[in-house]
Structures are given as C-alpha cells and as structure tokens.
Design a protein around this ligand. Structure first.
Ligand code: PBG
Length: 322
C-alpha cells in the first residue's frame, strides 16, 4: 500500500480547492525613492523598472500604487545635501517630510518611513561617527528618535528604524510617546544582516559607506541564534512589527519568528534579490512572473504577513490575471 498523493494534484480545480497559502496586494509594501533633485524621474541602472522619483513625479507612481491596491508604501529620501551629522534626515522641511505630507494629503494609503541616517550622512554610515570611524551607538539613537519624530509629525503612519543600533526602538518609542504619538507603531528592522544583497539599493539611494562596511552594526549571517536576541529585545523595547531582511536567504528565520511571536512579521525582498530576477529574466533565462510569484508564496508559506518588495506593482497585476 502506498498513498496516492498525486490524486490531490490532478486537476486545476483540485489544486484550486486545496490552495491554503494566499497572497494579496494588500500584503505588499512598495518602496519608493524620493530625490530632492530637479528632474522628473531617473531609472536606477541596477534595478531596471525602478526609479528615483522627485516631488514632480511622485503623483505618477502614487496613482499606480493606489490603483493597484497595494497595502502601504515605504519611503526613502535622497537629500540634495549631505553632511557629517545627517541633518537633512530630521529637517521638518526635508525631502522625505515633504513627500509624506504630499502623500497623506492626496492619497488614502498607509505611509511607512525608513528611519536611518545612511542616505543623509556624507560618509554613508547609519549613524554619527566617532573620531576613530566607529558609529557611536548612544548618540545615534538620539538622532534616530528625532528623525522618527519628524516623520511622524509630517504624517507617517508607521516608522521603521533600519540602522541596527542598540536601544533605538526604546529611544524612538519614548520620544514619540512623550510628544503625543503613542498611537504610531514601530516596524523594526530587527533582524537585518550585513548583506551583499543591498548592493543595488546603495546605488538607488546613494548611500554606500565611503569607507569600511556595516558589519560592526548589521548582523553576521554566520551566526545561528543571534536573531532571537535581536527580535526579543526589540519586542521588549516596544516594537510592534518585526522585519527580517533580506528575505530569500533567511526564510528559516521568517519561519521561526512567525511561529514564535504573535506579532505581524514582515520580510524585505531587497534590491539585490530584485536585480537578480530582473537580470536573469532580461536574458530570457527564467520566466519573471512565475519566479516572482513562486518566491512570494515561499515568503508567505514561511509565515510572512507582509512583504516589502520592488515587485509589488507587478504582483498586483499578476494577481488580477490569476
Ligand atoms: C538603510 C536601508 C538599506 C536598505 C533598506 N534600508 C541599506 C543598507 O542597510 O545598506 C536596503 C534595501 C534594499 O537593498 O533593497 N539603512
């Protein structure tokens, strides 16, 4: 005797009935880069199909996102001037603050903001530097709180710190509470690896470190259980969502954290993961649509509630066709 498992796969009707992993456009978050420069939009060479937008073109992409029924956008700002301290990050009239106000005024969609210093500092590191080139943790978390507050005042619905400093969730939570923003949740990039999959993003956001790398604050992928400490600590400090980043090479962690904690779990399908699919598809080596959908269902199966992906608009289209 053997079990005829194939009998449950025989027809499209059977497969349709038995599908138990679901994906909708509402589960997706679309990252948008907003540049303070004076142009309409510029394609990002290492991310075909993705653009740097400006205040002139923001409405074009926002119309598409809202039309597609995407759950939220996550915004990244590229300021015209950068300095040692990343001052533009918390300028209430900075590019990102303007973009948040514009979107919240004209569209009915959730706005998440990436809270970090790397797009705003002249050296490209995620915080304030000491003389020896180290990022000073405790000074940086004060700045990150100011950044988060400034985003919140501009209308951000959720703030997402992505710097990997210790204690930043607590610092942001307490400043937001103190200023009357108890209701604004924190989506923490809790498990963020020092990853080469971020390569194209650094072109997109012009945020590559001018010296060294981020291994002194982002996590080492050669360690097994460190993510448990990071996730637990962020939850204790007040994180409302957890982000795992990158996604594809870290599905074990998505699965474990979603089994372990009853909080919304997000994964970030990052720039390098996007670029690899695009490049192979452009060569005709893979079927882009099928690979994208298989990847997304993989994240859902692993337990991701929310997927941050540059493919969000394409997926929304594909879902309509199914
Ligand atoms: C900012 C930040 C990065 C990404 C998201 N937020 C870059 C980095 O940490 O170097 C990467 C996203 C992507 O690669 O798509 N710190």
């Amino acid at each position: 005797m053997f079990k005829r498992t194939r009998s449950l796969r025989r027809s499209e009707g059977m497969r349709h009935l038995l599908q138990d992993v679901h994906l909708t456009a509402k589960d997706l978050v679309y990252p948008i880069f907003i540049d303070e420069g004076d142009f309409y939009k510029k394609e990002i060479p290492s991310m075909p199909g993705q653009f740097r937008y400006t205040m002139k073109s923001l409405n074009e992409i926002m119309n598409n996102v809202v039309e597609a029924g995407i759950g939220a956008v996550i915004l990244f700002g590229i300021p015209a001037v950068k300095d040692e301290m990343g001052k533009e990050a918390y300028n209430d009239d900075g590019i990102i603050q303007k973009a948040i106000r514009y979107i919240k005024k004209h569209y009915d969609i959730l706005v998440i903001t990436d809270v970090c210093m790397c797009e705003y500092t002249s050296h490209g590191h995620c915080g304030i530097l000491e003389e020896n080139g180290d990022v000073n943790n405790d000074i940086t978390i004060g700045y990150l709180s100011k950044v988060a507050l400034s985003h919140t005042k501009a209308g951000a619905d959720i703030v997402a710190p992505s710097d990997m400093m210790d204690g930043r969730v607590q610092a942001i939570r307490s400043l937001l509470d103190q200023e009357g923003y108890q209701h604004v949740p924190i989506m923490a990039y809790s498990v963020k690896y020092a990853s080469s999959f971020y390569g194209p993003f650094r072109d997109a956001a012009d945020s590559a470190p001018s010296f060294g790398d981020r291994r002194a604050y982002q996590m080492d992928f050669r360690r097994q259980k460190e993510y448990l400490i990071e996730a637990e600590e962020d939850l204790k400090e007040g994180a409302d969502f957890l982000i795992i980043k990158p996604a594809g090479a870290y599905m074990d962690i998505i699965k474990d954290l979603s089994d372990r904690y009853p909080v919304p779990i997000a994964c970030y399908h990052v720039s390098g993961e996007y670029a690899m699919i695009k490049a192979a598809a452009q060569n005709g080596w893979i079927d882009e649509k099928k690979i994208v959908m298989e990847t997304m269902y993989g994240f859902k199966r692993a337990g991701a509630d929310i997927i941050i992906t540059y493919f969000a608009l394409d997926i929304a289209e594909y879902l309509k066709e199914c």
